[in-house]
Design a protein around this ligand. Structure first.
Ligand code: FPP
Ligand code: MG
Length: 295
């Protein structure tokens, strides 16, 4: 089964739940309509839903029900979409296009963009707190996701990404950036799915490693696509890493080595997937999808 087919299968289920959890456009205060709209716009767009799909599959991979992880998966996607809103802001990457559409600040203005992101992260943890499952499992998800976004995760990686613009490419630094800004949330999405699915400590750890390697492969591929693809194909800006002198894998290692490193990370991810009881071929396909995707 192809990774893209696995994603198509789950996206409908994920989007249906997201759509229920997000504020309705006309549901609350009329004056806040643009806030609700911005939150929905950021989450219910043609993204890949890779992180929430991994979260659901990992619950199933350890012998649980995929749908037992739906709240956790939706929380993960809200965190991810929030991070993209902020990543695109003029103060950060200053990108006007995301998933083939104007970025949130282009469409709703900077103030509403910042605030809709803030609202999404709050909602993510509210949704997570209501996840079905043993309280200690829900708490483990909370710990893993908050760790993944903090100074040793997304925020730290993104800060270094921004502060390293224009610096001489350094292999250690770019490895640090990628493992934090991207690897951490992939790893936590997988581990949290496994945790809520009732996995053993060993299975949760294997899937954390799987997500970490998949995330590395994904972000190296992102760097390669930014360099070699087009805005039309990507649905977001192309060539921007070079223009902003970003510290990327191709900049630090060269394009060919970076491509090999991504493939090696996929193979390591697939090895980790062999440790879990179920869904090994789906997990292997999604790891491959991370490098074979064209957008
Ligand atoms: C996209 O990378 C950006 C990220 C993967 C992470 C962004 C993280 C933040 C804005 C911090 C979030 C804070 C919390 C609290 C969660 P990219 O710019 O290389 O990719 P792109 O081409 O898709 O923009
Ligand atoms: Mg960016």
């Amino acid at each position: 089964v192809l990774g893209s087919e696995v994603l198509t299968l789950w996206r409908e289920i994920i989007d249906k739940r997201l759509e229920q959890l997000l504020p309705k456009e006309d549901g609350g205060m009329p004056q806040l309509k643009s806030l609700y709209q911005a939150m929905r716009y950021a989450c219910l767009n043609p993204g890949k839903r890779l992180r929430p799909t991994l979260c659901l599959l990992c619950a199933e991979a350890v012998g649980g029900e995929a749908l037992a992880a739906i709240e956790v998966a939706c929380a993960v996607e809200m965190i991810h979409c929030f991070s993209l809103i902020h990543d695109d802001l003029p103060a950060l990457d200053n990108d006007d296009l995301r998933r083939g559409l104007p970025s949130v600040h282009k469409k709703f203005g900077e103030a509403v963009a910042v605030l809709s992101g803030d609202a999404l992260i709050g909602l993510a943890f509210e949704v997570l707190s209501r996840a079905k499952g043993k309280p200690e499992r829900v708490l483990e998800c909370l710990r893993r996701l908050t760790e993944a976004i903090g100074v040793d995760g997304l925020v730290g990686g993104e800060t270094l990404d921004i502060l390293s613009e224009g610096e001489v490419p350094n292999r250690e630094v770019v490895q640090f950036i990628h493992s934090r800004k991207t690897g951490a949330l992939f790893a936590a999405s997988c581990a949290a799915g496994a945790a809520i699915g009732g996995g053993s400590a060993g299975d949760v750890q294997s899937l954390h490693q799987y997500g970490d390697e998949l995330g590395l492969a994904f972000q190296i591929t992102d760097d390669l696509l930014n360099q070699s693809s087009s805005e039309n194909q990507l649905g977001k800006s192309a060539g921007s890493d070079l223009a902003r002198e970003k510290m990327t894998y191709p900049a630090a290692f060269g394009e060919d080595v970076a491509r090999d490193m991504a493939m090696e990370a996929v193979q390591r991810a697939q090895q980790y997937a062999l440790h879990v009881p179920k869904m090994q071929s789906e997990l292997a396909s999604l790891a491959l999808f991370a490098v074979e995707r064209l957008s």
